[in-house]
Design a protein around this ligand. Sequence first.
Ligand SMILES: [Zn+2]
Length: 90
Amino acid sequence: MIKYVIGLLVSILAVAFFRAVSGLLTNAVKDAMQPEAKPGSGAPPPSEASTRLRKCKTCGTFAPETRMLRHSTRDAEIFFCSKECEKKEG
Ligand SMILES: [Zn+2]
């Protein structure tokens, strides 16, 4: 009878041990297989395509279009680097 109980305990322990080991192995494999998480890698860099350099009509300074004062005329667009240049040009 006691042999039976010991055998049962040993088998239970063996199963528990096997499960623990296989669980660790599974986790290790999962960690190895998973690619590294790269936070923020999906966000593309801000596009500079729309930011073109424009020449100030008055002083000839080049500056990004978004930072310049724009005057649309019938034929073209005129850019000024500052209010002062805008005034000078009239
Ligand atoms: Zn200017």
